[in-house]
Design a protein around this ligand. Structure first.
Ligand SMILES: [Zn+2]
Length: 62
């Protein structure tokens, strides 16, 4: 079993690929407890949290 209770997907802040984010409901406000890039990037949790604190907003104009 994983330590995280809920998993979402986001873009990796390093390579832009898919990354799994594990959230712990035991931490106030739901903190990121796992960040696992499918590309294998070593992403520190601090970086992951900072990355996730600024949502990408509405789909960029493209
Ligand atoms: Zn990555």
């Amino acid at each position: 079993m994983s330590a995280s209770d809920r998993v979402t997907w986001t873009a990796c802040p390093r390579c832009g690929g898919r990354a799994a984010v594990g959230w712990s409901p035991e931490v106030a406000g739901e903190a990121v407890v796992e960040f696992d890039c499918t590309g294998g990037c070593p992403v520190p949790l601090d970086l992951a949290r900072a990355h996730l604190r600024r949502p990408p907003g509405p789909a960029g104009p493209r």
